[in-house]
Design a protein around this ligand. Sequence first.
Ligand SMILES: Cc1cc2nc3c(=O)[nH]c(=O)nc-3n(C[C@H](O)[C@H](O)[C@H](O)COP(=O)(O)O)c2cc1C
Length: 193
Amino acid sequence: MKKRAFVAITGASGVIYGACLLKALEEAGIETYACATADALANANAETGGKYRDIKSYLYDMGVKNTILYSEDDHGAPPASGSFKTDYYIAAPASMGFVGRVASGVSSNLPERCADVALKERRPLAVLFRETPLSAIHLENLLRLSRAGTLIMPAAPAFYGKPESIGDLVNFTVGKVLDVLGIDNGLYKRWGG
Ligand SMILES: Cc1cc2nc3c(=O)[nH]c(=O)nc-3n(C[C@H](O)[C@H](O)[C@H](O)COP(=O)(O)O)c2cc1C
């Protein structure tokens, strides 16, 4: 059976992380499911200068072709249940609002519910958050998630690979997310070759 991944795209800056991640997961032969919040769509437009009416058309333009998309209020979507076997859960980018709500056990929409499912089922959950600076509340929420088993990943690219484009920076960060989940990828130049 193919592996399955659920990707939550929330309203932090860097919607491109979610798109790039979904494309890489599709290329890795993983069955992909995703949900974007309303603020993720707003950011997709803000960050591209686009006028996308839905996240599907943005993702399609970014090369995401085979992902099953759900609306954020679809609490009955299969990934919302622990009985639907999902191998990886990733929030990319993750807003600090998302982090805070998941850390408090609040499941007000599908992305938050899926993160909650990952934690209760003890399945891999990676949270690629983006905010700066961080308040003490952000840090406490991140620590809480980490203690519950979440892989906490700042959207913070390294420069030793001599990035030449935004794509290089994004690929480095997305490659690291795939690395921590144990998914083979050649998205970035590794130290030592
Ligand atoms: C242009 C723009 C950029 C934003 N960037 C961030 C960000 O980098 N990190 C963050 O935590 N929130 C950011 N926000 C705020 C979130 O979108 C906002 O808190 C939202 O309610 C998050 O909700 P969601 O998690 O349901 O998407 C941004 C908002 C806008 C309009």
